[in-house]
Design a protein around this ligand. Structure first.
Ligand SMILES: [Zn+2]
Length: 175
């Protein structure tokens, strides 16, 4: 599969952090067959070093709720385009990731997303059985031992999931 990352432009806008007209956004288009086009925005302020990046799936059809059934180890390699406004819920694993003002968008795999969830485990987790069990369940899921449903709710409709054999249910509305 050939994919390419193409720099398509840049602009300087006002920085939301320091207010100076010094926030430079670089725009890239990630083009991949089967995948569709993804716009990647990467911004840095030259005055205060504030950074923000975001992604938008251009061919997502602007679906606001996406449900993906992860049922095989191969499905863990499916690509997730998670925009900064997306909320992620995995009921079977007790995972809920909510967007905040500091949220940024990124592209990752399903496995990579679970890895990120494990990275933000609260301190003191190792002293609570419930928390340890949850982490172990997520690790089992990363090893393909647990089937689960990945739900992405994105009011902006810029998120998507891309994979060869995965089944995706798309909804126009936020449920
Ligand atoms: Zn700034």
């Amino acid at each position: 599969m050939n994919s390419s990352l193409r720099h398509i432009g840049e602009e300087v806008v006002r920085c939301v952090n320091c207010g100076n007209h010094s926030f430079k956004i670089s725009l890239y288009l990630y083009e991949a067959p089967l995948v569709g086009n993804v716009l990647i925005e990467s911004g840095t302020c030259s005055k205060c070093n504030y950074r923000k990046s975001d992604v938008s799936a251009l061919d997502s059809g602007r679906f606001k709720t996406i449900k993906v059934f992860i049922k095989s180890p191969e499905d863990l390699n499916a690509l997730i385009v998670k925009s900064s406004t997306a909320e992620i819920v995995i009921p079977e694993l007790g995972v809920e990731v909510y967007p905040g003002p500091a949220s940024y968008g990124y592209i990752t795999t399903v496995e990579g997303l679970l890895e990120r969830v494990l990275d933000i485990v609260p301190t003191g987790c190792e002293e609570r059985k419930e928390c340890i069990d949850k982490c172990n369940l997520i690790k089992d899921a990363m090893n393909g031992l647990v089937k689960f449903t990945l739900i992405i709710k994105d009011p902006s409709g810029r998120s998507t999931v891309i994979g060869e054999n995965i089944v995706i249910a798309k909804y126009e509305e936020i449920e």
